[in-house]
Design a binder for this molecule. Structure first.
Ligand SMILES: Cc1cc2nc3c(=O)[nH]c(=O)nc-3n(C[C@H](O)[C@H](O)[C@H](O)COP(=O)(O)OP(=O)(O)OC[C@H]3O[C@@H](n4cnc5c(N)ncnc54)[C@H](O)[C@@H]3O)c2cc1C
Length: 245
């Protein structure tokens, strides 16, 4: 029988199943006494309540579990050993959050925006400070890509070993925020509509950059969440520091 509440459950409203880490022993220290179970989302006692994020989208939910019966067969691995499985999965999740392609695409948009947007009659590209920011971001994207490839190619460690996933997640989330910050600075509030379309996977051409006339600062704000989900920046730094200490 599972009782509880899980906030920030992305795509719960589309899901048939969820995996959950449930407390099965309170006598031991925090990471022990947790079990990994699979729960059918159609089970009686499950309620999914939407959370509308700052950009007006519905990706997130709260899930309430009220006396939900979960068959013993749905236990994955050993009882009370769920944290070991979760850490393994988190490694994959964080390595995937490297999102090199997305970073490169955002960089491409930034470069374009510096050429198509003007300040006092001159393209932003003419501004040494803007060029400096772009050059710095370009170097970071390059380094991030090489690091991700190095991790993927490493037969010894593999993508989930050691602190590599945390380092990739950390670098990518900070890069995404700095890239979107530059894009916002270049395009003004209009550009945030563009980010929204980009995130939703719409086929937007670079030339369309000027077509988004409705301001939507909210989407830019929403992008700040990347340093929280998948484990906050501080947590990734702690994992990394412990690995090298
Ligand atoms: C948009 C979004 C989508 C999400 N989607 C999902 C999902 O689909 N499934 C899911 O399971 N979860 C999801 N989450 C939850 C997410 O994984 C957690 O919110 C995240 O891991 C942070 O955990 P927390 O909220 O418990 O905050 P905490 O980890 O409790 O952090 C609270 C604060 O304390 C700081 N802190 C914590 N530990 C340390 C430390 N050791 N040293 C220094 N500072 C520290 C943090 O930096 C933060 O400022 C989502 C969250 C968001 C925002």
């Amino acid at each position: 029988m599972v009782n509880g509440h899980k906030i920030w459950t992305t795509w719960a409203h589309w899901s048939d199943w969820m995996f959950a880490l449930v407390r099965t022993n309170r006598e031991v220290k925090a990471q022990e006494g947790i079990s990994f179970v699979l729960i059918d989302m159609k089970s009686p006692g499950i309620t999914v309540r939407p959370i509308i994020s700052a950009d007006g989208c519905h990706d997130l939910n709260e899930v309430f579990l009220d006396n939900v019966k979960v068959p013993l067969d749905n236990l994955v691995g050993e009882e009370n050993k769920g944290w070991t499985i979760a850490k393994f999965l988190l490694g994959f999740e964080r390595a995937e959050m490297a999102a090199v392609g997305l970073c490169k695409r955002l960089l491409q948009f930034c470069r374009k925006a510096t050429q198509t947007h003007y300040l006092e009659g001159r393209p932003l590209w003419d501004d040494a400070l803007i060029r400096h920011r772009l050059a710095e971001l370009e170097m970071r994207v390059k380094v991030h890509e090489w690091t991700a490839l190095r991790v993927l190619a490493s037969e010894e460690t593999g993508p989930t070993a050691s602190a590599a996933p945390s380092m990739l997640k950390l670098a990518s989330s900070e890069l995404q925020q700095d890239l979107t910050r530059l894009l916002r600075d270049c395009t003004g509030p209009r550009g945030t509509q563009y980010l929204r379309a980009l995130r939703q996977g719409e086929a937007v051409e670079l030339e369309d950059l000027r077509a988004f006339d409705n301001a939507l600062v909210a989407n830019y704000i929403d992008w700040r969440k990347v340093t929280v989900y998948g484990g906050t920046t501080e947590v990734q730094k702690t994992i990394t520091a412990k690995t090298f200490a």
